[in-house]
Design a protein around this ligand. Structure first.
Ligand code: NAD
Length: 476
């Protein structure tokens, strides 16, 4: 297969000499596709085209925007099987998880299709007599979307759908590892939108840099690592509005009165599904000392029963790591943890599978403490640690003892523990008797401290980022 999938500029596919080869992490002999690398000139042209396209798109009736977004959602639903397969092939999450991601992407377009007609302003009394004050919502204009590889379709969708609903034009720069899902999304969007309203430019960090530093960009919405988020904050044009969604080191507290089976199940789903490659993964399991031994015993049994295999094999619970670099990074943390004095209770071994891929057994560290690197730095793989605590106060103190603050969980049946947790936890999202992974599309998503910067994503919160206001004073 020699075809190169192009960048989408002004409604047309643009080929280029350079290409990124997209390899299946479950089977490195399987090439998913070859994707064009955007040149500097392509990026500049996309931004120029988007400025004009954004004006016309906002001038179109909200009903038009609603119908187009609904049609994008419908096409995604209609092609669920094909899109989920492609996603599982390029990212390595299982087919079941890929289906869920594609479904969510469609739901996002359907939800925000309704938001296009609900984009309301506000009428306020003036403090002066005889004057009317109206606050009207306007789109930002042209927004650059920079996305990571771990949710290659739903993160582009959760940024693009609200941006488009509120009348912006978007330029998507997806992660270089997972261009296929982004390309398919752009292809679908382009069929239902006027040219230039949704554009796609692919390539590595240099393409991202030239996009975010373009002075005509009105906003940048980024999801990825903390280091990249910091780099974008430095290079983005000062006039552009910024939204940065970054890493997590999410705690899951298990108290002595918790339903232990539910807590173990929550830990397995939260820490290891999607191969642990989720910003909301529960990588720190903070367990009350009186149930620690029981919890670990049951968790180890569940981990050992997990089937790790090819993402397209319907019997796999967990797929491979997304790339060789990811596998090496995660293996490096197993060494770091061991050197720090933690003990691996199970897992961590590389797996020989029928196809050559980046397979690793999920690993659990025990005998760890909160200050170790494995409990402070985002590993972003199928690795979790047990941290033993004596009571709820210590549990919450440990939960809050990192630079991050994305999502925190608690398993308990005690109302008073829930009360303390709700009052004291430092996180943007908190789960009680539910895993830390799995969020809804119609409510705010985001974190505190090093995890997030700028307005929240999703639901009604998305309006704060993708729109600005004009305040009209009228004397009649
Ligand atoms: P990454 O930061 O390496 O890359 C993300 C994107 O930024 C890619 O498209 C990349 O090409 C681009 N990029 C890199 N350097 C850039 C620069 N200087 N200027 C502009 N663009 C640049 O992240 P990743 O490895 O793709 O994804 C994993 C990370 O994403 C993890 O840290 C994870 O926690 C985070 N993540 C966060 C959330 C969230 O909502 N908080 C969700 C998913 C993933």
């Amino acid at each position: 297969m020699k075809e190169i999938f192009g960048n989408l500029i002004g409604g047309a596919w643009r080929r280029s000499g350079d290409a990124i080869v997209n390899v299946n992490p479950s089977d490195t002999s399987d090439i998913v596709g070859r994707y064009a690398v955007a040149a500097e000139g392509d990026v500049r042209e996309a931004v120029n085209v988007a400025q004009e396209a954004a004006r016309a798109w906002f001038a179109a009736a909200p009903q038009v925007r609603a119908e187009r977004l609904d049609a994008i959602g419908a096409e995604i639903v209609g092609r669920d099987g094909e899109l989920a397969r492609q996603l599982a092939r390029e990212e390595g999450k299982t087919l079941r998880e890929a289906h869920a991601e594609v479904t969510k992407s469609a739901q996002l377009f359907k939800f925000f299709s309704g938001e296009a007609v609900r984009m309301s302003g506000e009428r306020v009394s003036s403090v002066r007599p005889g004057i009317d004050v109206d606050v009207e919502r306007r789109p930002l204009g042209v927004v650059g979307l920079i996305t990571p590889w771990n949710f290659p379709m739903s993160i582009p969708a959760w940024k693009a759908a609200p941006a488009l609903a509120y009348g912006n034009a978007v330029i998507l720069k997806p992660a270089e590892l997972t261009n296929a899902s982004a390309w398919s999304l752009a292809d679908i969007a382009n069929r239902h939108l006027p040219p230039g309203v949704f554009q796609l430019i692919m390539g590595d960090r240099r393409v991202g840099q030239s996009l975010v530093s373009n002075s005509a960009l009105n906003g940048v919405s980024f999801t990825g690592s903390v280091l990249t988020g910091q780099a974008i904050a430095q290079t983005a044009h000062p006039a552009a509005r910024l939204q940065l969604e970054m890493g997590g080191k999410n705690p899951l507290i298990v108290m002595e009165d918790a339903d232990l089976m539910k807590a173990v199940d929550g830990a397995v789903k939260g820490a290891f599904y999607s191969t642990g490659q989720r910003c909301t993964a529960s990588s720190r399991l903070i367990v009350h000392k009186s149930v620690r031994a029981h919890f670990v015993e049951r968790l180890v049994a569940r981990i050992q029963a997990l089937r790790v295999g090819h993402a397209l094999d319907e019997t796999s619970d967990i797929g491979p790591l997304a790339s060789e670099a990811q596998l090496a990074r995660v293996q490096g943390y197993l060494e770091i943890g061991t050197r720090e004095g933690a003990r691996i209770a199970c897992g961590g071994e590389l797996i020989e599978a029928p196809t050559k891929g980046f397979f690793m057994r999920p690993a659990l560290f025990v005998d760890t403490n909160s200050r170790q690197r494995i409990n402070q730095e985002e590993i972003f793989g199928p690795v979790a640690s047990i941290i033993e605590v004596a009571d709820i106060d210590e549990a919450i103190a440990v939960a809050n003892d990192t630079d991050f603050g994305l999502c925190a969980g608690l398993f308990t049946n005690s109302l008073s523990y829930v009360g303390k947790f709700r009052r004291q936890i430092a996180a943007g999202m908190a789960m009680i008797n539910v895993p830390t992974v799995g969020t809804d599309y119609h409510v705010p998503f985001g974190g505190t401290r090093a995890s997030s910067y700028g307005p929240r994503e999703l639901g009604f919160a998305a309006r704060e980022f993708y729109t600005t206001t004009v305040t009209f004073y009228t004397q009649t």
